[in-house]
Each structure stands twice: as structure tokens, then as C-alpha cells.
Design a binder for this molecule. Structure first.
Ligand SMILES: NC(=O)C1=CN([C@@H]2O[C@H](COP(=O)(O)OP(=O)(O)OC[C@H]3O[C@@H](n4cnc5c(N)ncnc54)[C@H](OP(=O)(O)O)[C@@H]3O)[C@@H](O)[C@H]2O)C=CC1
Ligand SMILES: O=C(O)CCC(=O)C(=O)O
Ligand SMILES: [Mg+2]
Length: 461
């Protein structure tokens, strides 16, 4: 495969492409080219106000330089999506002109072919959040990218950072990693609008299958939720492998199988089936623990259990230490990610990665938080910690540790200041500052000042 021809992009002149062979062997170059998609809202730079992606990339570069002194380096390739892509590739296009386009045409305004070609070639990216219109318009570009490149696992670890004064008193017990299936479920975008010809056809078909008009009104909009054994199993396999590698105590299959028996319930059944077929010697199921081991997990075994999604939301709050790796279908994973992140201080710190077999895109759990656009105010921590996941993926553990330790130091020093009473100067952004008793949002610093403080700690390490 040779470098694609771009309309407006210029690839970095130095650096090495991460190839499918590198993915297969898990041996990555010391100078990888990584696509950087800054994103919309808080992701984008506005005038002299840097967005969170720029702030995060600056910290990541500082950590690599400190850890490897020039022997390793990320070569960023700026590619574009969202509002920036619209103004670059379709300057002057009006909202009405965009509305008149079909879905594919609308998508191309915000996700140009250049961007797809570049990511398809380079296969590795760090991405800021992108806006999705609500109730109409094009499908989510974020979701589109995950489907297009078969980034089937959305991996979102959430761990308490010492020094963050999270309101939940169980915060320090949180150490979970969500594996959210990324390519199925209601996210497939198969929907039929109420009253449309297609909705009427689908309803007519359902009537033929025996579903009566009191079950599905003629006026209903319809959404389809496909969940397959192949795609469930590959996600659950990755979750179990991760848990075994990290010596995690359990994998919980989180589903709503009591209500959606053949999708969510099947996800759970396929999970147990896979665990027994492929990992029999390393795992034990919760049923087996009670039937054969008096309720105690035998030493060295990974516990496979399942929970119904609604109960899971209270479990994570009341008994977070009983959960470590969670494998779940797409929509549950979306809801759970934000909820678990809230336990440790909020989505400003919630990192994530979309991982496939031959490509990966690292991105925060949160969205564009549009009201903070151009204010240099939002927390760059989630994108930064997504960069830490990128480092771990590349096996750059020294750089990953430098960033994590320096971030922790930045929280810890603010905690020390806050303990002395209100009125001190903190080094964290508004969202973390407001959690310290007696402090408010105004005690926080800008995104760039928080990033710079982390860099100072990296230099001092
Ligand atoms: N992967 C992606 O690109 C994603 C994109 N989106 C899209 O983002 C848009 C906005 O979505 P919305 O529902 O408002 O959710 P957001 O996650 O963008 O924001 C919700 C709230 O979370 C807090 N927050 C989010 N990010 C940060 C941060 N970095 N630092 C501090 N606080 C933060 C803010 O809380 P507070 O108001 O309390 O300060 C914010 O108002 C939508 O178009 C949505 O589709 C959503 C999720 C993921
Ligand atoms: O694509 C979007 O706009 C939302 C995606 C989202 O909420 C997520 O990935 O967690
Ligand atoms: Mg979400």
C-alpha cells in the first residue's frame, strides 16, 4: 500500500507508518506517525486559546522526550474532522445547503475523504471529541469511524487518582476497565422515522410475523438492535485476555438479558460459552464457585460473572471493589462509561481507546462540552490519559508512567493546598477544583496551565 494522494493534507516528512504487520507482532516503531484529530468544541484551538487536544499532545511530547531523550518520538499528522474540516474542505457552504445533501454528503462535509484515507493508511490516531447532531442529520462521525475501521473494542479504564476530592466516598476503591462492544447494537444506525414509508413497511412485516397493533402502534418509529455471536465473542475474548494479563480478579458480563433475551441475553450466554471453550483452565464461573467451591473463588482463577445492567449501576456505586473488567454491549457501555467516570471525579479524566485488530484510535470518553469552546478551560486530562493508553499500546511504559505520576502529583499538591483551607491557588482545572471542599470552579486554572504544571513535574522527575 502506498501513501494516498490527498486533496489538502501533507503527511509528515519524518516518522514511520504503523503497519498491519506491526499490529500483528505488537512491535511498533520508535518514531510512529500518529494521526491527530483535534475535534470540535473543547477539542479545537480557537484563536490563541488552545483546545484540550493541543494541551494533551504537548504533555505527551514532553514525556517522550524526558523518557527517551530523542530515541523515541511521536510524529503527529494533523488530519481534520468536524467544524474545522467543514471550513477547510467546504468553505462557504451554508447549513441549508448541508441539510439538502443526503446522509453521505453531509458526513463528507464533516469527515472528508482525505481524513479517511490518512487514517486508513496510518492506522493509529489520537482524537478529540466531535459533535453529533441530535434527532436528525448525519450519523455520529465518532461511531462511523469505529465501524469503518472495525475498531471493535471501546476500552475505557477508570481508576481513582490520589488527590482528587471526588464526592463519592468509595472513589478510592474504583479500578475498573470497561470493554464496550463498538460495532453492533442500536449504534448500527438502522432506524425508521415515525410515519415514513420505510417505517410503514417494517411495521407491515412485523404484523405479518404476528406483532399486533397494541404492541407496535402504526405511528411508531423503529430502531433495530443487532447483536451477533461473532462480534460479541471477539469483544469478550479481548476483555478476558486483558483481565488475565493484568491479573484482574473478574470479568463481569453486563447485559439487560431479562428484557432483551435474544440480543443482550445472548451476549451473556455467548460470553460464558466463549470463556469455557477458550479459557477453561484459567476461569471459573460464579455458578461454579457456589456449586463447587463454597462461594470462594479458587486461587489463581479469573471469575466470570454477569450482572443485569440496572443493578450494575447501583453495584458500581456501592461496591466498586467487586468489579474490575466489564464486558458489555454498546449502549450499556456508553452509559456505564460516564457513570463510572463520575465516581472518580468526572468525565474530564475519563480516558478511552477504540481498538481493532489492525488499527486503533485513542479518544476521551467525554464529548465536545460546547459551552466551554475557545475558553482554554476544560480538563485536558481525559485526552492526555488516552495518550497514556496509546503509550501503553506502543509498549512505551516509561513515558506512560511519567505522565501518570506527574498528573497524580498535580492533584496531590492541589489537595495539600486545599487541606490548608479555602483561598489557596490550585493547579487543576475548574471541574476538579470545584470538588475540593470550600473551593469553587473559579479556583481552577486553565487547560494549558494544568498541562504546563504536569510538564513541570515531568521535567522534575
Ligand atoms: N467521542 C466523542 O467524540 C463524543 C462526542 N460527544 C458529542 O459531544 C457533544 C456534547 O455532548 P454532551 O452530552 O454535552 O456531553 P459532553 O461530554 O460533551 O459534556 C457534558 C458535560 O461533561 C463535563 N465535561 C465534558 N468534558 C469535560 C472536560 N474535558 N473537562 C471538564 N468537564 C467536562 C462538562 O460538565 P459541566 O457542565 O458540569 O462543567 C460538560 O458540560 C454531542 O454532540 C455529543 O454527541 C459525546 C460523547 C463522546
Ligand atoms: O458519537 C457521539 O456523538 C457520542 C459517542 C459517545 O457518547 C461515546 O462514544 O461515548
Ligand atoms: Mg458516551
Amino acid at each position: 500500500m502506498s501513501e494516498p494522494k490527498y486533496e489538502k493534507l501533507t503527511a509528515p516528512k519524518t516518522g514511520t507508518r504503523v503497519t498491519p504487520e506491526a499490529y500483528a507482532s505488537k512491535k511498533f516503531p520508535d518514531d510512529p506517525i500518529v494521526c491527530l484529530l483535534k475535534g470540535d468544541g473543547i477539542g479545537q484551538d480557537v484563536g490563541s486559546a488552545p483546545g484540550i487536544t493541543t494541551c494533551a499532545a504537548k504533555v505527551l511530547d514532553a514525556a517522550v522526550e524526558k523518557a527517551y531523550k530523542g530515541k523515541r518520538k511521536i510524529h503527529w499528522f494533523d488530519i481534520h474532522a468536524g467544524d474545522v474540516a467543514r471550513s477547510m474542505y467546504s468553505p462557504g457552504i451554508t447549513d441549508d445547503q448541508i441539510k439538502a445533501l443526503d446522509e453521505d454528503g453531509q458526513r463528507k462535509v464533516y469527515l472528508p475523504d482525505d481524513t479517511l484515507k490518512a487514517f486508513d493508511y496510518y492506522k493509529l490516531g489520537l482524537k478529540g471529541p466531535l459533535t453529533t447532531p441530535i434527532g436528525g442529520g448525519f450519523r455520529s462521525i465518532n461511531v462511523f469511524l469505529r465501524f469503518k475501521f472495525d475498531l471493535y473494542a471501546c476500552v475505557r479504564p477508570v481508576k481513582y487518582f490520589k488527590g482528587v476530592d471526588a464526592p463519592n466516598r468509595n472513589a478510592s476503591k474504583v479500578d475498573m476497565c470497561i470493554f464496550r462492544e463498538n460495532t453492533e447494537d442500536v449504534y448500527c444506525g438502522i432506524e425508521f422515522k415515525s410515519g415514513s414509508d420505510r417505517a410503514k413497511k417494517v411495521i407491515a412485516l412485523l404484523r405479518e410475523l404476528g406483532y399486533k397493533s397494541d404492541q407496535i402502534l402504526d405511528s411508531a418509529g423503529i430502531g433495530i438492535k443487532p447483536i451477533s455471536p461473532e462480534r460479541s465473542k471477539r469483544l469478550i475474548r479481548m476483555a478476558i485476555q486483558y483481565a488475565l494479563e493484568k491479573k484482574s480478579p473478574s470479568v463481569t458480563l453486563c447485559h439487560k438479558g431479562n428484557i432483551m433475551k435474544f440480543t443482550e441475553g445472548a451476549f451473556k450466554d455467548w460470553g460464558y460459552e466463549l470463556a469455557k471453550a477458550e479459557f477453561r483452565d484459567q476461569i471459573v464461573t460464579e455458578d461454579e464457585v457456589y456449586a463447587n467451591f463454597g462461594g470462594k473463588v479458587p486461587a489463581g482463577k479469573l471469575l466470570i460473572k454477569d450482572r443485569i445492567a440496572d443493578s450494575m449501576f447501583q453495584q458500581i456505586q456501592l461496591r466498586p471493589d467487586e468489579y474490575s473488567v466489564i464486558a458489555t454491549p454498546n449502549l450499556n457501555g456508553d452509559y456505564l462509561s460516564d457513570a463510572i467516570a463520575a465516581l472518580t471525579g468526572g468525565i474530564g479524566l475519563a480516558a478511552g481507546a477504540n481498538i481493532g485488530d489492525t488499527a486503533a484510535m485513542f479518544e476521551a470518553t467525554h464529548g465536545t462540552a460546547p459551552k466551554y469552546t475557545g475558553q482554554n478551560r476544560a480538563n485536558p486530562g481525559a485526552v492526555l490519559l488516552s495518550g497514556v493508553l496509546l503509550f501503553e499500546f506502543l509498549n512505551w511504559f516509561e513515558a506512560a508512567k511519567l505522565v501518570t505520576d506527574a498528573t497524580e502529583k498535580t492533584f496531590a499538591e492541589s489537595d495539600e493546598i486545599a487541606k490548608k483551607g479555602p483561598g489557596g491557588k490550585l493547579y487543576v482545572t475548574y471541574d476538579i477544583a470545584r470538588q475540593f471542599p470550600g473551593y469553587g470552579e473559579a479556583a481552577g486554572v486553565s487547560s494549558s496551565a494544568f498541562a504546563d504544571r504536569i510538564i513541570e513535574h515531568i521535567h522534575q522527575a
